[in-house]
Design a protein around this ligand. Structure first.
Ligand code: BG6
Length: 273
């Protein structure tokens, strides 16, 4: 885990291969987000509306967070990091006073909780996402379930929402979707690796699914040309209509937990024997 962006980069529970993916081309420099693990998108997602000069996905993933506490109870390790407004954020296009506390519990499960408190005298609005890159053996044999029937914004095809699909998300081309109005748990099922990662969440009304595929991977200078095969992003968040509005002094917590299990032996796409 890095103080830079409070980015959890690796989590390898006992007996498992690594669960999170990090690009071999990630820059690990102060001016860039770590390309992998769990960058935090806050206080906006994607481009900031009306401010094309602002960094993509907000400043939290580019900021140095400070350590609040770390504790090992013999079973789990709990680490808390903190980010508050400072001169640079005060001069940004999101100039509000706030405190964000990120609590990470590492053990046989990985739990992540982002609590944001509004320290200013007016209502503050923000978007957020835990932009998790999951390692998969081959994206073409993977699927994401839990979003069946949920409408989504397809960022590749147009502004309006698209009706939900009956099947799990499968991948055969670039995929960039924001599912809205969903509190559902999801699952990354990696048939080639013989495992599933269950993703539960709380305080989140949106889920993003992203894979850049061939051309976009090539276009990103911190992403290996062939690495699109080895990752899928499933991001719990509050985005667009699910933007959080906090009254002065108010707090909001979004959390997610990941748990790995072997696949059941069902073929991809089948939920019953
Ligand atoms: C995803 C977005 O969450 O992040 C994609 O839905 C975007 O549109 C991707 O390309 C990566 O963004 P960035 O800013 O880290 O390159």
């Amino acid at each position: 885990m890095y103080l830079h962006g409070a980015t959890v980069a690796r989590w390898t529970p006992s007996g498992c291969d690594q669960v999170l993916w990090v690009s071999s081309a990630s820059r690990f420099t102060p001016d860039a987000a770590i390309r992998g693990g769990v960058p935090i998108c806050f206080p906006w997602f994607g481009a900031q509306v009306g401010h094309p000069e602002s960094p993509s996905h907000g400043f939290a993933r580019l900021s140095p967070w400070s350590l609040v506490a770390a504790e090992d109870d013999g079973q789990d390790v709990t680490v808390s990091l903190r980010l508050t407004d400072e001169d640079a954020t005060g001069a940004s296009a999101w100039p509000h006073r706030f405190e964000a506390v990120y609590t990470v519990v590492v053990g046989s499960r990985l739990s992540l909780a982002l609590q944001v408190t509004n320290l200013s005298d007016e209502t503050v609005s923000f978007e957020e996402a835990l932009h998790t890159y999951f390692d998969v053996r081959d994206i073409r044999a993977a699927e994401v379930s839990g979003l069946e029937g949920t409408a989504f914004y397809d960022r590749l095809s147009g502004p309006g929402p698209v009706p939900g699909e009956p099947d799990p998300v499968r991948f055969g081309s670039e995929t960039d979707r924001i599912y809205l109005g969903t509190r559902a748990s999801t699952m990354v099922r990696d048939a080639d690796a013989g495992r599933c990662v269950a993703i539960s969440k709380d305080g989140s009304d949106a889920t993003v699914v992203w894979n850049p595929w061939v051309d976009k991977a090539k276009a990103m200078d911190d992403f290996g040309d062939d690495e699109w095969k080895r990752m899928v992003c499933v991001e719990v968040g509050n985005i667009r209509e699910a933007t959080i509005h906090l009254a002065p002094g108010g707090s909001h917590t979004m959390m997610t937990t990941f748990e790995v299990s072997p696949t059941t032996g069902l073929e991809p796409g089948r939920t019953t024997l």
